[in-house]
Ligand binder design. Structure first.
Ligand code: ASP
Length: 428
């Protein structure tokens, strides 16, 4: 956020303006530029890629260092308690989310009357579905360094947790030599994590420009057509996202005697970043910063629950799966039974766990959900045409999914911190 120390020089006006305001201006100008210049606005794409790359650059070092420090500063027994709480919360809200998606889709009937023939093909996309058991097994990295270099978040969470717990054990050893080496290692990781937070602050200064470019490209490509024939499915999904963010999370906060407006004020940077970058993992640096600096969540909890949430808790993706499964069956004139809808709830929760926090991941995992009710995508089929339509507007849908995903992670983290009596209530 805005620094108390005023910056001088020709760019002073930029650095001295409130960061959030700058990001919002970037967003509005980006949309306007996209609509005015159309597809040719893509020349600004590299400016958006810079932001995405910067966020990606910092994400693995940030997860590793802060998670190791987080795990090393909690007693192993406590970590288990936080783990169970956050896991239960993540699963419950994901199931609730996909139910909301199905309900809104049953009300709005997106895709009904489309009557797709067997003409179009699936836009030539080659799509493979990751098996669910394989996804679970892959959490244990065969080679942690390989996982780190390939940016695989879940295996790194797993390894960092174990490594951090190891440090905690060594630090608390009776043997003074072991104790000392444990302490040294702990402070090294602690220092490294602090450096990552500083870098995040620098990256944020660039965010308004990156946001401008990212939004301009989306509007330039999809502009009016994005709100055309697919308007209803977009609307349906967004009603679901809004219900989840305003209603479900609102009720959670109210039950815990926490103010929604305070939450929103503290979390808005992360929410906007999620919306424009379409990546929970990419947003992570900002999510972590908002939670600790604005909302009083201790880093030892957020460094564990947020990276985990960015990877396994995808409430927006779950809503999207419910809505899109119904869109596709409606579009091709298939009947969906109540049993099918239950199957969708189950598989959508699993698929959202398996979705990576990167742009477009949910659209691929949707295939796993469709498969569970016996729908497969064959090139040239009506199902493929309906799927290709949704893929065409995936950027728009992904924005809503990701803001919901990230908000859900933050709410869970706040609730767990409150439950553990670790939430700094002076911030509320
Ligand atoms: N883009 C989403 C996220 O990062 C995942 C998805 O595609 O649903 O949270």
């Amino acid at each position: 956020m805005s620094d108390s120390t005023k910056k001088a020089g020709p760019l002073g006006w930029y650095f001295n303006t409130n960061l959030l305001l700058r990001i919002l201006i970037g967003l509005i100008l980006g949309a306007a530029a996209g609509i005015i210049f159309g597809p040719s606005v893509s020349v600004v794409q590299p400016l958006g890629s810079i932001l995405v790359n910067l966020l990606k650059m910092i994400v693995m070092p940030l997860i590793l260092t802060s998670l190791v420090v987080g795990a090393a500063s909690i007693q192993p027994r406590e970590l288990g308690k936080i783990g169970v709480r956050i896991f239960v919360y993540y699963m419950l809200t994901s199931a609730l989310a996909v139910t909301i998606g199905l309900l809104t889709a049953n009300i709005f009937h997106p895709g009904a009357g489309l009557n797709l023939g067997a003409s179009a093909d699936a836009a030539g996309k080659e799509l493979t579905q990751p098996g669910f058991i394989d996804t679970l097994l892959a959490i244990i990295p065969k080679n942690p360094f390989g996982a780190l270099s390939q940016g695989q978040v879940l295996p790194i969470i797993f390894f960092a947790l174990i490594f951090g717990i190891g440090i905690s054990v060594v630090r608390n050893s009776e043997d003074s030599r072991l104790k000392k080496s444990g302490e040294i290692l702990f402070f090294m990781f602690d220092g490294a994590a602090e450096v990552m937070y500083v870098i995040v602050r620098w990256i944020l200064e660039y965010a308004p420009i990156g946001v401008f470019a990212l939004i301009a490209v989306v509007f330039g490509k999809q502009g009016a057509s994005a709100f055309g024939s697919l308007g209803l499915v977009t609307l349906t999904a967004y009603v679901g996202f809004i219900l989840q963010i305003v209603f479900v999370y609102g009720v959670f906060l109210i039950f815990n005697k926490l103010g929604y407006l305070t939450f929103f004020r503290g979390a808005r940077e992360a929410m906007i970043t999620a919306f424009v970058t379409r990546s929970s993992s990419g947003t992570l640096p900002i999510t972590m910063r908002n939670m600790s600096e604005n909302l009083g969540v201790p880093r030892k909890i957020s460094s564990f629950t947020l990276p985990l949430g960015a990877t396994i808790n995808m409430d927006g993706t779950a809503i999207y799966m419910g809505v899109c499964a119904l869109f596709i069956t409606n579009a091709v004139g298939m009947e969906m039974t109540l049993g099918d809808q239950f199957t969708i709830i189950l598989t959508a929760v699993l698929a959202s766990i398996g979705s990576a926090g990167i742009p477009g991941a949910g659209a691929i995992m949707l295939l796993m959900v469709l498969n569970s009710i016996g729908i497969t995508i064959e090139a040239g089929s009506a199902v493929a045409a309906a799927y290709a339509m949704i893929l065409g507007i995936d950027a728009l849908l992904d924005m809503g999914r990701t803001i919901t995903n990230v908000t859900g992670d933050m709410i869970g983290t706040i609730l767990v911190s409150k439950g553990e009596k670790e939430l700094d209530m002076t911030k509320w």
